[in-house]
Design a protein around this ligand. Structure first.
Ligand code: NAY
Length: 291
């Protein structure tokens, strides 16, 4: 496995009942997941509710996770923002906190041109000292074309792509174009397929609560035990079905609470689960637990 591959949890951000970021919950969250065997953390991504926080809150979380992890596991900081200056500021903080790489979703909402987006990434590459993992989030960032992404991969400081897309042909093309790039599969429910098409690892929301299952899945795949890898994927997907139905991020937080790490609720407009949703989710979780 290349240095940056493996199973990385797309870490949730804990909040207090009053809505403030709960930095105090981070050490227990990190320990829970390291105990499950995850190889590191992708901090402040979609799962981390990046766009429901201020850049300063995101920086505080980046620092606290690095402090809690104490060098155990790889750390990628998601520094995506609409404003280039915000991404640069978070990137500098990630470098200072000891992260291995930064990652960024392209600026969105405004009608930025493709050249605006490429220039944004080039500034991250030039002005942040860490390698960059481009965050390709298919549906949400339609403006960058496959060719743009391949072109970005020609930059030596672009270390790879986090590919949250069902287009696994494109994942394979990234890997073929730059065999030394680190490509992460982004949809947990297709982890095995992504690995089969050449992914070096996977980053996902559901690894917050079932990291052990996906670590075992990847290990089975690497030794060529496809029946076991597939059985694990099927098992995970019976829970992911319910998570998608009730809301992946609020659902993941509900499961973390049941595992003894209270990360609070997601920030509004996300809403907590209803009692019925909660009950169905816990039942699905109980049915697939590894231990
Ligand atoms: C992120 O930045 O946190 C991620 O993108 C992690 C990848 C997740 N994708 C999205 C869209 O959030 O783990 C997946 C996803 O939650 C899971 O596959 C369920 O669909």
């Amino acid at each position: 496995t290349p240095r940056l591959g493996g199973i990385l949890s797309a870490l949730v951000t804990p909040f207090r009942p009053d809505g403030a970021v709960n930095l105090d919950a981070i050490p227990a969250l990190v320990e829970l997941q390291l105990a499950q065997g995850v190889h590191g953390f992708y901090v402040g991504g979609s799962t981390g509710e990046a766009f429901l926080q201020t850049p300063q809150e995101r920086i505080d979380v980046l620092r606290e996770v690095a402090r809690a992890a104490r060098g155990r596991g790889r750390l990628i900081a998601h520094v995506g923002a609409i404003a280039t200056q915000d991404s640069l500021r978070m990137g500098a903080a990630a470098a200072e906190a000891g992260y291995d790489a930064v990652s960024a979703i392209p600026p969105f909402y405004y009608d930025f041109s493709r050249d605006d987006l490429l220039a944004h990434y080039m500034r991250l590459v030039e002005e942040v000292s860490l390698p960059l993992i481009v965050y390709n989030f298919g549906g949400r960032v339609g403006r960058l074309t496959a060719d743009d992404l391949l072109r970005l991969l020609d930059e030596p400081k672009v270390a790879g792509v986090k590919h949250t897309s069902q287009d696994l042909y494109l994942l394979e093309r990234f890997k073929r174009h730059r065999p030394d790039a680190v490509i992460f599969n982004g949809y947990d429910e297709m982890c095995l397929a992504g690995l089969a098409m050449g992914a070096d690892g996977a980053i996902g929301t559901t690894y917050n609560v079932m990291g052990d299952l996906f670590v075992a899945l990847e290990a089975a795949f690497r030794v060529g035990d496809l029946p076991r890898a597939r059985a694990l994927q099927v098992r995970a997907n019976t829970l992911i079905d319910v998570l998608i139905e009730v809301g992946v991020f609020p659902g993941t937080k509900a499961l973390l609470k049941a595992l003894g790490v209270d990360c609070g609720e997601c920030r509004a407009p996300f809403r907590p689960l209803s009692p019925d949703q909660s009950q169905r989710l816990q039942a699905a979780f109980a049915a697939i637990r590894m231990t």
